[in-house]
Design a protein. Structure first.
Length: 216
């Protein structure tokens, strides 16, 4: 009788251990699945070499197809006029920290895609199930900085010709509650704008970005 009771106790104990093991495994799989599409934002300077770029979230192709940004029928990624859904043409950044791309993201598009002379940045947020363009820039994303809101500050680099000379402008954009807004020009040709000139330069450069359609 005692041995039978002891055997039952051992059986119950074994079933408890098995259930605990299965539960832990399920939690680990769920966590792993979340980590596969959710990554921490990397801050600081950003450099993009599209020939070495890779899709890392697992959501990129579906999002490109949803937006009709790429040609799903493309047989290779050699033609920028009919861009394949490839990391050779597109790079994604999360808009918010530690989130998936599904509901908000920054999309960097290589120059020459569909004949564009510059790289493009498009920022999307999902509203009522639909991805909506909240900002567009004819420029290159070169830096990301933490801000006081959950939306980081962005440094975007623009190039503009004046009297046959190409100048580069590194401009700071901050989130205003619904989209990114020009705040200041930080550098011109990689030289800091002096404090005493900043106010006047900001007015002129913002006007140039708007009239030359660098913002859309």
């Amino acid at each position: 009788m005692k041995s039978r009771i002891f055997g039952i106790v051992i059986l119950i104990f074994g079933l408890i251990l098995l259930a605990y093991s299965i539960m832990n495994k399920s939690e680990e799989e769920e966590e792993g699945s979340s980590n596969a599409t959710s990554k921490d934002v990397e801050y600081g300077k950003i450099s993009t070499e599209f020939n070495q770029n890779k899709f890392t979230y697992g959501e990129e192709v579906d999002l490109l197809q949803e937006l009709k940004e790429c040609d799903s029928a493309a047989v290779n990624d050699k033609d920028p006029l009919k861009p394949a859904c490839s990391p050779r043409f597109f790079r994604f950044f999360p808009l918010e920290n530690n989130t998936t791309l599904k509901n908000s993201f920054i999309l960097l598009i290589k120059s020459t895609v569909r004949g564009s002379e510059t790289r493009k940045i498009k920022i999307f947020k999902r509203e009522k199930g639909v991805l909506v363009l909240v900002n567009g820039f004819n420029g290159n994303l070169i830096e990301r900085k933490k801000s006081t809101t959950k939306y980081d500050d962005l440094i975007i680099r623009f190039g503009n010709r004046f009297k046959n000379t190409l100048y580069h402008y590194n401009c700071l954009f901050s989130w205003n509650g619904s989209q990114y807004q020009f705040k200041s020009c930080e550098d011109i040709d990689d030289r800091k704008v002096k404090t005493e000139f900043k106010d006047s330069m900001n007015i002129e450069i913002k006007k140039m970005l708007e009239t030359e359609h660098y913002l859309f």
